[in-house]
Design a protein around this ligand. Structure first.
Ligand SMILES: [Fe+2]
Ligand SMILES: [Fe+2]
Length: 275
């Protein structure tokens, strides 16, 4: 899409302006490196988790929760990892490891929306067989990660941006562009690149509001739909027909789909939030 905003930062200015992208949390770095090698995976992953007591405790309580509904009580982390499988365990580690960063502004809004979106994307991917559901969870969870940078850059200004977009019924990315010279999609892709996440993930983060611009519109479309369907302030989800007509799947009843996805996502969120 053409950008007519004269204040919009070019690539170089962007990197200079947002040079303090936080590093990926250590536990997540380790978890990602371990799952590349399934042969040693479970034992290594359980060692990593034992270092982070909070993540380990939460994973154990999650695996014993109603969300998974396993019949027997699981008390060892190694057994929990075997039951969950490495990819799901890695996704739980990611969701918990990024929580402090995503809630650093004192608000849980971004983290909660990201969890809901992750579960929704996983469900949609399972139903429409567009992408591996565990990968869809990651895409859903990280899609708005760029908001973190705008928030830490200038929290007051960013709450004003969100307020302006909401009150004026404007596209959030347009208001971000006008006020910051960039938007959370571009910044999210920057974070994804810095963290050396897979290209497909960077692409989905970049185009989750505009999947037809992506080289993989239907994969990106999963993030687009998940995001719109679980929006807290959007009781009647709007999936644009110009977008939906070009994707490899269709959602016939967005309102019913929203209810199903939200119910599932809220159970998971409750278990993840605990306390
Ligand atoms: Fe977004
Ligand atoms: Fe979002």
């Amino acid at each position: 899409m053409m950008n007519n905003n004269p204040n919009k930062l070019d690539a170089q200015q962007l990197v200079a302006e947002f040079k303090d992208i936080p590093p990926m949390p250590n536990v997540m770095v380790k978890a990602l490196s371990v799952i590349k090698n399934p042969a040693t995976g479970i034992a290594e992953l359980s060692k990593i988790m034992q270092i982070d007591q909070a993540i380990m405790a939460k994973t154990l309580s999650l695996v014993n929760s109603a969300f998974y509904g396993f019949r027997q009580q699981i008390t060892s982390i190694q057994k929990a990892l075997v039951i969950l499988g490495m990819m799901k365990a890695k996704n739980i580690i990611m969701s918990l490891a990024l929580k402090p960063m995503m809630t650093a502004n004192g608000s849980r809004e971004l983290w909660e929306h990201s969890i809901r979106c992750a579960v929704a994307a996983e469900c949609l991917a399972k139903e429409y067989r567009i992408i591996n559901p565990d990968d869809a969870f990651v895409i859903g969870f990280l899609h708005d990660i760029g908001k973190m940078l705008l928030n830490s850059k200038n929290p007051l200004k960013y709450s004003k941006v969100k307020y302006l977009a909401e009150q004026g019924n404007l596209k959030l990315t347009d208001v971000e562009d006008a006020q910051f010279g960039t938007n959370h999609c571009i910044l999210g892709a920057l974070v994804s690149k810095k963290w050396q996440l897979p290209v497909i993930l960077t692409n989905c983060i970049r185009y989750h509001h505009d999947p037809l611009q992506s080289s993989l519109p239907s994969v990106c479309g999963i993030a687009y739909c998940a995001d719109r369907l679980v929006q807290a302030k959007l009781p009647n989800p709007t999936l644009e027909s110009t977008v939906m007509n070009k994707l490899d799947f269709s959602i016939n009843d967005p309102i019913a789909t929203r209810e199903t996805l939200l119910a599932k996502a809220n159970i998971f969120l409750k278990e993840m939030s605990g306390n």
